[in-house]
Design a protein around this ligand. Structure first.
Ligand code: NOJ
Ligand code: CA
Length: 525
């Protein structure tokens, strides 16, 4: 028996940018519902929707003011129910985004907490006195700039926030907070959602003594100022694994729901696999899928990829299941990082590895970062620190109509100059497009279990090429260079698909790869 999320493919929707149904320039739930047929056609299994809850939108929904209410920009609860019903009718699962580490400053819990030192919710957040000289309790730095502490003059204490001052961190050392978040999870699981992606799940616990973070010796001027210190004490604090286990038990009370955890960007397999927990039950007792974001960080180099994937795959405990991600709303687009030609090779990699793939909306078209002038930045990370995430959050490119069919109004972020060409409609009609490649690879993965569940084993290939087996049946050979290469397969076979979508048929053991080409081969016998 394998879980649906083990066989499946996840597709991430950034709801502001997927489809606008009412012309206000911002994507919404009826817009997503209208495009579910497209996702069903593409062949993915689940849609993960970034936060849709009530929020002042200072971090575009990652600052939640009410975990149970839909933001009116996105629609009403009834719109969500309609989305869920349509998705389920199409056989698609729906995963929402839970942001438990912090709330918005506008959340009722924080309003109460800051109202007085004696308020029963005071201890729901992390409040501390100033040092004798009036400075913050320690040196921690917020991800979005400045110190992690903000002074509250009315009650004469500092509160902790790892992100914006308007995103105060909850205090998970208080059992009432743990219980309140469990109730939030149950509310949505009862409503029928299929799981949550949990934001910064590893950062919910801090050092109990709030010790100073050490300086990062590798940081240099010009790097993001928020990373001058190593976040040794401000996250992954004592008790984090016990807390995640409590979250997990809430999921386990329901059938078949998935808990995906966003953990720190790391290329340490040991760090990532540390979040499966113990093998006391199938799929561990912590996170089902601890996001493996290593492919977002590693250089696009065959040797580096092989070295990481070999170790990661082997490090996944026998009761756990891996996953891979090429991009998301926080990272530059893969096609911009490695170029359009190699993005096709990356798609073959993502969709043929042993581990659940997550596709970021628009990457199936090869969407690129859209240049955005600093005065137009919306993202607080861009405004405060200069590292804007807006370029990877631009509207989905549907067709050649104005605004690429995303909105009849003014889009909240500009569209790419080539949006009409790099679109679902145009690529859907082109049998060799990036979209056609995704459609084909997904269909192949779905059709043969060996491409999902089969063992992964890399084999030697010329420098610049990465080659691996899936089960004994399939070889995947990827040319990460712009020159022709010859790879030696374990034996002869049949080319099932090339990333160029222009060849199939028999091959000997010596397989010639063209520049920027990846090939999937079904081996004989
Ligand atoms: C990670 C999310 O992916 C990012 O977009 C957000 O800004 C931070 N967590 C804070 O919630
Ligand atoms: Ca709208």
């Amino acid at each position: 028996m394998t879980a649906w999320w083990q066989r499946g493919i996840v597709y991430q929707v950034y709801p502001r940018s997927f489809m606008d149904s009412n012309g206000d320039g911002i994507g919404d739930l009826p817009g997503i519902t209208a495009k579910l047929d497209y996702l069903a056609w593409l062949g993915v299994d689940a849609v993960w929707i970034s936060p849709i809850f009530q929020s002042p939108m200072l971090d575009f929904g990652y600052d939640v003011a009410d975990y149970r209410a839909i933001h009116p920009l996105f629609g009403a609860l009834s719109d969500f129910d309609a989305l869920l019903e349509r998705a389920h009718a199409l056989g698609l699962k729906v995963i929402l985004d839970l942001v438990p580490n912090h709330t918005s400053h506008q959340h009722e819990w924080f309003r109460e907490s800051r109202s007085s030192r004696g308020n029963p919710k005071r201890d729901w957040y992390i409040w501390r006195d100033a040092k004798p000289d009036g400075s913050p309790p320690n040196n921690w730095l917020a991800y979005f700039g400045g110190p992690s502490w903000t002074w509250d003059a009315a009650t004469g204490q500092y509160y902790l926030h790892n992100f914006l001052p308007e995103q105060p961190d909850l205090n998970y050392r208080n059992p009432a907070v743990v219980e309140a978040m469990q109730e939030t999870i149950r509310f949505w699981l009862d409503r029928g959602i299929d799981g949550f992606r949990v934001d910064v799940i590893d950062r919910m616990m801090k050092d109990p003594d709030l010790r100073d973070n050490p300086v990062d010796p590798d940081w240099k001027p010009g790097d993001n100022a928020a990373f001058r210190l190593k976040r040794v004490y401000s996250e992954c604090g004592e008790g984090i694994h016990a807390l995640i286990k409590i979250f997990r038990r809430t999921f386990d009370a329901y059938d078949d729901r998935v808990l995906i955890g966003e953990i720190n960007y790391s290329t340490s397999p040991e760090f990532i696999t540390g979040f499966y927990g113990s093998g006391s039950q199938p799929y561990g007792d912590e996170v089902h899928l601890p996001f493996n974001l290593a492919l977002c960080m590693l250089p696009w180099d065959a040797g580096a990829l092989r070295a990481f994937i070999d170790v990661y795959d082997a490090a996944i405990p026998p009761y756990g299941w891996g996953n891979y991600v090429l991009g998301n709303h926080d990272q530059p687009r893969i096609a911009s990082k490695i170029g359009a030609a190699q993005a096709r090779v990356a798609a073959m990699l993502l969709l043929t590895l042993r581990g659940t793939p997550t596709i970021y909306y628009g990457d199936e078209l090869g969407m690129q970062n859209v240049p955005i002038a600093p005065e137009q930045y919306q993202d607080p990370q861009g405004i405060n620190l200069g590292f804007s995430r807006d370029p990877q959050r631009t509207p989905m490119q549907w067709d050649a109509s104005p605004n690429a069919g995303f909105t009849s109004g003014t889009p909240w972020l500009p569209l790419a100059a080539d949006a009409a060409r790099i679109s679902v409609a145009v690529q859907g009609a082109d049998p060799r497009s990036m979209l056609a490649l995704h459609h084909r690879l997904i269909a192949l993965r779905r059709a043969d279990e060996r491409l999902t569940l089969g063992a992964y084993a890399s084999f030697d290939a010329p420098a610049g090429c990465f080659a691996y087996m899936r089960g004994d049946a399939y070889a995947v050979v990827l040319n990460l260079t712009g020159a022709a290469q010859t790879v030696t397969l374990p034996r002869s076979g049949e080319i099932v698909v090339s990333t160029h979508l222009d060849r199939e048929g028999v091959t000997g053991a010596a397989l010639e790869l063209r520049p920027d080409e990846g090939v999937l081969v079904r081996l004989d016998g």
